[in-house]
Design a protein around this ligand. Structure first.
Ligand SMILES: NC(=O)c1ccc[n+]([C@@H]2O[C@H](COP(=O)([O-])OP(=O)(O)OC[C@H]3O[C@@H](n4cnc5c(N)ncnc54)[C@H](OP(=O)(O)O)[C@@H]3O)[C@@H](O)[C@H]2O)c1
Length: 347
């Protein structure tokens, strides 16, 4: 039996306690007639979903099918084998893919890329490390910008602009026509380099109290943090004027182990969304959940990268080594909620 090196999580818990490196784990195999492909992985990027699955904090929503499991879901790799059913890809193609909403299977030398994952071939000008950073975060940012219907001249605020989603969002909002972009972050230099007009360090200033924002209100606020959502009224246009609050994150940290806890988390957002759709004198509130990657989405994002309209931001210590120490460090940083850009492991 062919084997491979991979990372395994043996139970819910902290990266230091539950992750281990396995050198002889069975390689994945394609089913007869499959339209899937097997890739030799080059890089895998992490996201908050990976750390949530690992710590078990939302085990009613995101949980592995069984233990041990291979964590990670956004990968870049070279096609090694094509299923009997045929594929859009051929052996030797370098592709990126995301394993849908389930962060499993990525931190391994070989992985199955499902036909349904809408993977894409990467152009030569994009490195494997950069490419692996695209799927979950940039797709989320793209879908959030698309649903909020940004028009030329719009004023945008991104709460949590330096994260994986935020760094893509500020750029995609600009591409969509936004003329003024503000963001909250402790990393002014990074966000200014992405074309953000005004950066608010949330440790020093409350974004809802900035006089300039009160005088000239925002058309859209994207929230990647999930704190202080109720503070937006002074700086966001009302629904009638086109103001929209997009809650990408409801809360940065929360636990959901029962249906009751899930209801408690989601119900206020759902009620706010319904209430704001009928009462047009307050800003509209939209609770955003990204869809699985749609056909052509990854190719579209790669094209933007190729023509210089989307810069992929890697967290400064990325790529992390594919050793147990490297992977643990990557998970610990991702779980801290203070990564600036994407955390990527080189495989
Ligand atoms: N709705 C969906 O479908 C969907 C999809 C993907 C992700 N998400 C959610 O979106 C959120 C963001 O994801 P991500 O990948 O961008 O996370 P991330 O890469 O971990 O981003 C964390 C960023 O948040 C910043 N931050 C932390 N506390 C902050 C605060 N109080 N105010 C402003 N910024 C703060 C950090 O910057 P500093 O170091 O400067 O604090 C860091 O850059 C997560 O909660 C994730 O679960 C939702």
């Amino acid at each position: 039996m062919a084997t491979m090196k991979c990372v395994l999580a043996s139970a819910f818990g902290k990266a230091d306690d539950v992750l281990r490196m396995e050198n002889e784990w069975p390689r994945p195999e394609l089913q007869p007639g499959s339209k899937d492909v097997i890739v030799r992985a080059l890089a895998c990027s992490l996201s908050p979903a990976c750390t949530r699955m690992l710590d078990g904090s939302v085990d009613i929503v995101i949980r592995p099918p069984s233990f041990p499991y291979i964590p990670g879901m956004d990968i870049c790799g070279i096609v090694e084998e094509v299923g009997e059913g045929g594929s859009d890809f051929k052996v030797g193609d370098c592709i990126i893919s995301s394993n849908g909403m389930m962060p499993t299977g990525g931190l391994a030398e070989y992985a199955i890329v499902k036909a349904s994952s809408n993977a894409a071939i990467i152009p030569k000008c994009v490195s494997a490390i950069e490419a692996a950073s695209i799927p979950c975060s940039s797709v989320t940012a793209k879908q959030a910008v698309q649903m909020s219907n940004i028009k030329d001249g719009h004023r945008i605020l991104v709460l949590g602009g330096s994260g994986g989603v935020g760094t893509a969002l500020v750029q995609l909002a600009r591409n969509a026509g936004a003329s003024f972009i503000a963001a909250t972050s402790t990393d002014e230099k990074l966000l200014k380099s992405l074309g953000v007009n005004r950066v608010i360090n949330y440790n020093e200033t409350n974004w809802w109290e900035v006089p300039e924002f009160k005088a000239d209100k925002f058309d859209v606020i994207y929230d990647c943090i999930g704190r202080d959502q109720d503070k937006c009224r002074n700086v966001l246009k009302t629904g009638r004027q086109g103001g929209l609050f997009v809650a990408i994150s409801l809360k940065q940290e929360f636990e959901a182990h029962s249906k009751c806890q899930v209801m408690k988390l989601f119900m206020p957002g759902i009620c706010k969304q319904m209430w704001s759709s009928v009462w047009r004198f307050i800003p509209r509130f939209k609770f955003f959940i990204s869809k699985t990657t749609q056909k052509g989405e990854l190719a579209e994002l790669l094209e933007l990268v190729s023509v210089g309209k989307l810069k992929l931001i890697l967290e400064p210590n990325s790529p992390y080594e594919f050793t147990i120490d490297g992977v643990k460090k990557a998970f610990i940083l991702q779980a801290s909620c203070h990564a600036h850009g994407k955390v990527v492991v080189k495989i």
